[in-house]
Write a protein that binds this ligand. Structure first.
Ligand SMILES: Cc1cc2nc3c(=O)[nH]c(=O)nc-3n(C[C@H](O)[C@H](O)[C@H](O)COP(=O)(O)OP(=O)(O)OC[C@H]3O[C@@H](n4cnc5c(N)ncnc54)[C@H](O)[C@@H]3O)c2cc1C
Length: 287
């Protein structure tokens, strides 16, 4: 297990924002499971993260140990099944599927998260989401007990899962895919990546789409209609390229981002009556 003390969280998240923490990087699944059991027994506060691509850390650092899973990245393919450790990137998962001639995970290519963070969020894009292809997982309860879950037990909905309510930590995820044509799979993945590059401000740090898609609307379109593109607080700005993104233009603080989120919510509500809900996980100063 790797342990880093007084380590800036900004270094590990896609927003490049966040104060210091003690960070642990378990190197095997059993190390992670034992670690959770130890935390449960000692009642010490901890929080699990994958690639930190959907979180906003506070400027002042955090009062818990951050456990980052990105060293747990094994992906195994057997016939039409894939087993992936929680810290494997969604990119490597999609690539493993393509290389084995398996279709169903093309949409995941380009989502900068891990398998565990992806399942927690039921990540999706271009009409696909993990719930389409997940068939089960192994998880640890907050009391440190390892258990298996079926896809139904994960209660996967639009950016929702049982993991958000239960404190269950995902260890390993199982996918069932269909046979496909390697070249067609690769071509679809490349076309999705091209669409991302054209439509998303990938040149700046961000945490992706800040808001969930409200029923019957698109958050980006509502924000654009309220004339908020380019609005900034300190170093945080509503992206000029994709209004659903808030980007860090260089020295944004978590406070800047939180203020900007609140401003966007207020203006959108005033302009269209729609209440936006954050998709990104905002970690508060005291957590
Ligand atoms: C440029 C950009 C583009 C993006 N595009 C998309 C997109 O197209 N579609 C989409 O859905 N998302 C998108 N995202 C958001 C993000 O990549 C996804 O939400 C991703 O699934 C988060 O995974 P992560 O590993 O980074 O999770 P983290 O950000 O590390 O964590 C997110 C949440 O998951 C929890 N978590 C992490 N690992 C585990 C685990 N093993 N067990 C239990 N809980 C866990 C954390 O506690 C946290 O609450 C984008 C982000 C960026 C920066």
């Amino acid at each position: 297990m790797i342990e880093l003390k007084n380590e800036p969280l900004a270094k590990y998240c896609t927003f490049k924002i966040g104060g210091e923490a003690t960070i642990l990087f378990p190197e095997t699944l059993s190390e992670l499971a034992l670690l959770i059991a130890d935390f449960a027994a000692s009642k010490k506060p901890y929080h699990i993260f994958g690639n930190c691509s959907n979180v906003l850390f506070p400027d002042s650092g955090v009062g818990f140990t951050a456990v980052i899973t990105t060293k747990l990245k094994t992906v195994l393919v057997h016939e039409r099944k894939i087993t992936a450790e929680c810290g494997a990137s969604l990119n490597s998962l999609a690539i493993a599927a393509r290389d084995a001639g398996l279709t169903g995970l093309e949409f995941a290519y380009g989502i900068p998260g891990t398998v565990g963070g992806g399942l927690f969020m039921n990540a999706g894009a271009y009409g696909g989401q993990l719930s389409d292809v997940v068939c089960g997982c192994t998880a640890v309860t907050k009391d440190g007990l390892v258990q298996m879950l079926t896809a139904d037990e994960m209660e996967l909905g639009y950016r929702e899962s049982v993991f958000q309510k239960s404190g269950l930590i995902v260890l390993e995820v199982y996918f069932t895919l269909r046979e496909g044509d390697k070249e067609q799979i690769g071509a679809l993945m490349s076309s999705y990546m091209d669409r991302r590059k054209k439509s998303q401000p990938l040149e700046y740090p961000s945490a992706g789409s800040v808001f969930k898609r409200p029923v019957g609307h698109f958050a980006g379109a509502l924000i654009e209609c309220a004339n908020l593109k380019g609005l900034n607080v300190g170093g945080a700005q509503v992206s000029q390229k994709h209004a659903g993104f808030i980007v860090n233009k260089g020295n944004a603080t978590a406070r800047d981002v939180r203020e900007l989120i609140n401003l966007v919510k207020e203006h959108v509500k005033e302009n269209s009556g729609v209440v936006l809900e954050s998709e990104i996980r905002i970690i508060e100063e005291t957590e």
